[in-house]
Design a protein around this ligand. Sequence first.
Ligand code: NOJ
Ligand code: CA
Length: 694
Amino acid sequence: MKIPFSFDFPRPGFVLLLSAAIVAMTSCSSAGDGSVQSPDGDVRLMFGLDAEGCPSYSVDVDGKPFIRRSPLGFGLEVFRAGSAEPETVDAQKGFELVSVDRGSEDYVWEQPWGENKEVKCRSNAMTVRLTSASGVDMTLFFKVFDDGIGFRYDLSCDGADSLRVTDEHSSFMFASDGDSWSIPADFNTYELDYRKMPLSELHDANTPMTFRTSDGIYGSVHEAALKDYPEMTLLAVPDETSPQGFVSSLAPWPDGVKARFAADSFTTPWRTVQIGRKAVDLINSSLILNLNEPCAIADTDWIKPMKYVGVWWGMHTGIQTWKMGPRHGATTENALKHIDFAAENNIQGVVFEGWNAGWESWGGMQNFDFTRAYPDFDMDKVASYAKSRGVELIGHHETGANIPNYERQLEQAYAWTEAKGMHYVKTGYAGGIPGGHPRHGQYAVRHYRKVVETAAAHKVCLDVHEPIKETGIRRTYPNMMTLEGAKGMEWNAWSKGNPPSHYVTLPFTRLLSGPMDYTPGVFDVLLESSMSDPRREKWNDLDQGDSRVNTTLAAQIADWVVLYSPLQMASDLIENYQGHPAFQFFRDFDADCDWSEALDGEPGEFVVVARRAGDRYFLGAITGDSPRTVDVPLDFLADGVKYRAVIYADGPDADWRTNPCSYVISEKTVTSDDVLNVVMASGGGQAVTFIPAS
Ligand code: NOJ
Ligand code: CA
């Protein structure tokens, strides 16, 4: 039912009671006051429609403004039958209210794997239907959780043949300034350094963009359920009410159009703001997953987290090559050696990069072949040996971002992978997409989704490098297991590398979106074995011969716990693990956890995380440049159980710059009543296994 007039919310603090007339006319809806609050009552979202019919929202936390009046809407081009030229529609004004409906949800759902197997979903919802004289109907879905808010749009235009989005005006006008942590907005890469800067000085950012307001509230802007739409980045739009305002900036098609639909309607991803009292609340939030569709795969028994090693680091440090030749890494002999190592060390998977034809064309035509092994890699022999030793092979598809070449082979490639008995594939998109498409635009989003669906049809799990950012689609497609999507370990092999602050920023930023395949665990922190290897050749322009890992060894171990990935790699050369006492941690570690909690931390400074897998618990703590001591109450352990705690700590003289490999392993018996005193060196960390004492 249409309401034939608009109503105005004055600004700022623009909430008005809807008039009795409106309440009466929306008989099928309960209009209330145009606001909806979280189940615990602390977060309140208010919808507004001003005299010009411009829709907006604002958010209060604890009764104080958190997000001020923030415009919503789109720039659209509407194509109608029989008309060559599109009609331009300013879909951010001229709307009238049709109805306001309310609802709520409160349930627990289970996932086949994840930081937590059980996830609680509790929110209140408000659906606002708008119409306009231009023929555009807009429905806004708002959901308010205890840990943040989300909203998405459904747009439809009767009689349209197709629609184009030329701009999205969703905005986030923060009420106060504060610190923020983010990478710059870039439509082609997420492999960028994090910056800490005042919100008011941020010009643009990719999401998750995390911040702490001057009132001490933590927040992070991101998106959920990104499907058939470009990614959203943030662009600063200061105005008189909020010098800390941002508007959505979408990755465009090569012609500048942001999104195109061969239909008369479309639905956007959710725009999200996670909200917490403590920084770790953001990590412990399931808001992104809760805004995704339930699992679309009926039988998920084949989707299993695991630990893995592989032929990988040697190529990055320059001692081996991906392409076939005298220094080729992925040979049959090397593969068998890695399978043996995995089988002997309680590691379930092995990846071999450079197994397939096409690496000669990397950096050129990028014509990889995903079903043809190099002659010195006997695929069938490797596959049957892996099977005999109970080890999973992880296939590798470096596409060089040649999406047309990959899509031509996609169905055949995954059918072949399945036929060879492989259940995992790592993909990569190192290169530019032909045709000038940015890597994060709608064209690429469609491609990444097609790969996930094709892989699912062939029971293959994915580890995507150079991905489109994770937005929680792992709930719908749990075979989408892990992604890179930030500077990973590889940067430490051939550039000045990732600083200690990177590791303690990732959990509060990139990892809020989902798991990350950082590939931690390099024990030869100074890369001595590679640097002294006569086979080493520089292959990357950023390599100045002084690359190293910028943390301590103990921090690398702790990263296996802190940097969540259901496929967790021990990324060093296996020779560097052989006989190393500290590798016992990885042998004992279980990537298939049941429960997780971030216990303490601050972005860019430190973080402490605990996880449980079966009856074992694992603790990981890492710090940035500053040495740090943290008291960790062990009250997360099961009551009344004695645990043998094996502690992998920085040595007393450890320092990431000067003495990174000094570590100490100690043991003690603990219970949930104890408090662990965790001492960490500069760039250091600590990892602990808790095994029930028999
Ligand atoms: C980039 C990926 O992040 C890395 O893991 C891989 O080794 C290279 N591309 C080559 O595929
Ligand atoms: Ca990469």
